[in-house]
Design a protein around this ligand. Structure first.
Ligand code: SF4
Length: 238
């Protein structure tokens, strides 16, 4: 049985996929997003070691709350960094009839990550910026793998949602939203696209790690701007 590294577990989560879910936050991330709300999940050697059996057992103990829609979500950190471990866990959860979702930045593009995508019932992919060239300044990592993963989900006809954090000066322009709309205009479009307003709730974790919070002073985008961008994405605005 394989082991993985776990940052934390959230029970009865309602924000990371359909229905009520157990969310396993995996330890380790290769991105360095300026707005990261889980700054303490970056170190790949950190977290707690857990076997896939123990993880499945933990997921099963909340089974009665999942109902028809709910289930288990793997978030992070970056779950794709532990693809082997999660392939084993997801296979077992599926065998037990539990819905599985991956919440990922798509920063790994490999045979194993693609296998995990095919196994999971839903992939929630972050597209950090619709301009690949602007990835490094926003998340300290190239955007090529995320774009390849998006293409893969589209070409394979897999079920996926897209998420993007809207940050003033980075992703809050109409041009950026139009670029995202173009990326998503495929034969297999996302089932859902969520634009999420930036918040600084992760700030305390940056302070605790002794790091300066890079977006200090940046405010959440106004509701009107979020509405404009959402309309733009839906093609309702000119
Ligand atoms: S991908 Fe997620 S966990 Fe990784 S740095 Fe970005 S926000 Fe943080």
């Amino acid at each position: 049985m394989l082991t993985g590294r776990l940052h934390s577990i959230e029970t009865l989560g309602s924000l990371d996929g359909p229905g009520l879910r157990t969310v396993f936050f995996m330890q380790g991330c290769n991105m360095r997003c300026l707005y990261c709300h889980n700054r303490d999940s970056w170190e790949v050697a950190g977290g707690k070691v857990c076997s896939s059996g123990a993880l499945v057992e933990a997921a099963l103990s909340y089974r009665e709350y999942y109902g028809e829609k709910g289930g288990v979500t793997f978030s992070g950190g970056e779950p794709l960094l532990q693809a082997d471990f999660l392939i084993e866990a997801v296979r077992e959860l599926k065998r037990l009839g539990i819905h599985t979702a991956l919440d990922t930045s798509g920063s790994v593009y490999s045979e194993k990550s693609r296998e995990l995508f095919r196994l999971a019932d839903l992939v929630m992919l972050d597209i950090k910026h619709s301009d690949k060239a602007r990835y490094p300044e926003l998340c300290g990592f190239p955007g090529g793998n995320a774009f390849s993963n998006l293409r893969y989900l589209q070409l394979q006809g897999l079920k996926y949602w897209i998420r993007q954090v809207i940050v003033e000066g980075y992703t809050d322009s109409e041009e950026q939203a139009d670029g995202l709309a173009r990326l998503l205009a495929a034969r297999n479009p996302p089932e859902k696209t969520e634009l999420l307003p930036y918040h600084d709730m992760g700030l305390s974790k940056w302070t605790a790690s002794g790091s300066r919070y890079p977006l200090g002073g940046i405010k959440p985008p106004p509701a009107e701007r979020m509405e404009l961008l959402r309309n733009r994405l839906r093609g309702l605005s000119t």
